[in-house]
Design a protein around this ligand. Structure first.
Ligand code: ZN
Length: 245
């Protein structure tokens, strides 16, 4: 089986479509595993939810999904994120609200646990250091955990002998053969990458090859930015897409 693992679409339809086309080109996927934050920041919340739902998929809730429907505290957002969130809330129809409301915080599939932030705090915690990641290995049972939220493609490996944790960026176009180690993997962000590479980021897991492939996909950034300007979304959010940060 082949699973496409992606997250942080953030209402960026052009980026999401480019990733879906790339998945087809790379040999299709049996299932999409989405790590939350379908909405927030970008101009196409409705279309992104609809497109995801047209696919055979699993999805967990992200902080932006919850904030857009009033389930998470918007005061924890910075001012531009909060503005985009209020705009997003106004776009959603009752059926979309219902879909977002019912997204689980944690999902289990085969050897994987799926969460948005971290297994310890699925909505808010960022996994960006080896110490934080090491503590989080105690909060899930499966061999692998998939996270989003930071929009940075990373892999953390737990070293049981020393109770330590290694981490490195996931380089693009490189396959990672998974062995016996426990790993936490972040596929990077589709709709708002933050690792100084503006291309959309996602991962394919091939269960037969036991390998993870990380891909970067160029998309029409200007098209998304133009829509954001028309919608009146905050300009720092428009500009950052050009730089991937
Ligand atoms: Zn996000």
């Amino acid at each position: 089986m082949r699973y496409a693992i992606l997250g942080d679409i953030h209402s960026n339809l052009a980026a999401f479509e480019a990733v879906l086309e790339d998945i087809e080109r790379k040999g299709k996927a049996d299932e999409l595993w989405c790590l939350g934050d379908i909405v927030g920041y970008g101009p196409d919340p409705h279309q992104c939810i609809e497109l995801l739902r047209q696919h055979n998929h699993l999805c967990v809730a992200g902080n932006h999904d919850w904030a857009a429907i009033g389930k998470a505290d918007i005061s924890l957002f910075n001012p531009v994120a909060a503005m985009a969130c209020r705009w997003t809330a106004k776009q959603l129809n009752p059926e979309e609200v219902h879909y977002l409301e019912n997204l689980p915080l944690v999902l289990q599939r085969d050897d994987f646990t799926l969460v948005h932030g971290s297994p310890r705090d699925p909505i808010w915690e960022y996994l960006l250091s080896s110490n934080t990641a090491r503590d989080n290995f105690n909060y899930f049972q499966s061999q692998f955990c998939l996270v989003g939220h930071s929009h940075i493609p990373l892999v953390f490996e737990y070293l049981s002998e020393s109770d330590a944790c290694l981490f490195e960026e996931l380089p693009p176009e490189v396959s990672l053969v998974v062995g016996r180690s426990r790993l936490i993997i972040n596929p990077g962000g589709v709709g708002q990458p933050r690792d100084d590479d503006p291309r959309a980021s996602y991962v394919i897991y091939d269960s037969e090859a036991q390998a993870i492939y990380h891909y970067r996909v160029p998309y029409d950034i200007a098209a998304t930015q133009e829509k954001m300007v028309k919608c009146g979304l905050p300009s720092p959010l428009v500009v950052r897409l050009s730089y991937g940060r």
